[in-house]
Design a protein around this ligand. Sequence first.
Ligand code: NI
Length: 392
Amino acid sequence: MVRMLGWLAESRAIHPWVVEHRRAIHRQPELAFQEVKTAARICATLRELGIPFREKVGRTGVVADLRVRDGAPTVALRADMDALPVQEETDVPFRSEVPNVAHLCGHDGHVAMLLGAARLLAQNRKALPVNVRFLFQPSEEKPPGGAPEMIRDGALEGVSEVFGLHVAPEVPVGHVSSRAGPIMAQSDRFDIVVTGQGGHGSRPQGAIDPVPAAAELVGALQTIVSRRVTPGEPCVVSVCMMRAGDTFNVIPPRAELSGTARTLVPETSEAMPKWIEEIAQNVAAAHGCRAEVRYERGYPPLINHAGSVERIRAAVESVLGEGRFLEHPVTMYGEDFSHYVRLRPGAFAFVGAGHPDRGPVECCHSSRFFLDEEALAVGPAVFARLIESYKV
Ligand code: NI
């Protein structure tokens, strides 16, 4: 197919429109499964573009179908819509107007990029080789995530392949990165309550102090990574919360620990709850305490399909040029996009959003997260080229 303009040029032409959507969503962020205004904006825009859609998919999600050819496969493109329960601390003129809620993971940009892709593809619908489904998904940030509910409501029915993009400040703008195979981790949560017996701080002999047990447990849990897992295998155990006592001179009756376990290898993932349970029970027992462990599975690991990553690489090189596709390292973040690629071939990639002059990178979830809006020209062009790259 001969095109008058390249996808990037066409995307640049609608860039102000995409940025306007991103900034409007940024001002009015909404938490998981509360993305009502965001969904309304998406629906209004799809209506303008003449793309039929279904609302309230997976509670607050939107699924749109650009059908161009009967009998052709359908390829899905996904954006997540929710914000984080964090106070924004940037000085951008369009900063969040909602206290303690902000788009600090770039999902505002994801929605805007997918709307941009919808516009580009709708403008060129006669030339497209496949049908396109747009998945605007709620609640990526909050396990168990919005993806399972979207899937339950039919988001993947008739879909042959699925792609997702995430902005990444650690990747330079003008580049896109991904990798075949595992790219993000199984991300689980554990909570441990260590119970002893409270008493006066001056009379430890009359109490069973859970605090030394809890303190020892923090260190002992690190031996899972250093002593039980094969050296070199990516695995993280982080105790991120500790709570015990209310004042300085009373031995508390209980201590609580919470944290996250991240794994990539199925056998390790399988064994993790047992290891934590065993260590917690035995360390607690050594101090005369009892332990109670709750282990909650989060998102499965995100495993990219090699063929789909190849398609992304080709699209990136076609839109941005040679050398613009980068190999992404394995990260231990979690992402509920993993649910889609367990059911269909597909891949997840990162759109560079790091500005070279901004100094140290403010990463996703930082209260000072910064997104170079040039990325919002790249994402729609790459999505559009991905769709165009299928054979009729
Ligand atoms: Ni995110």
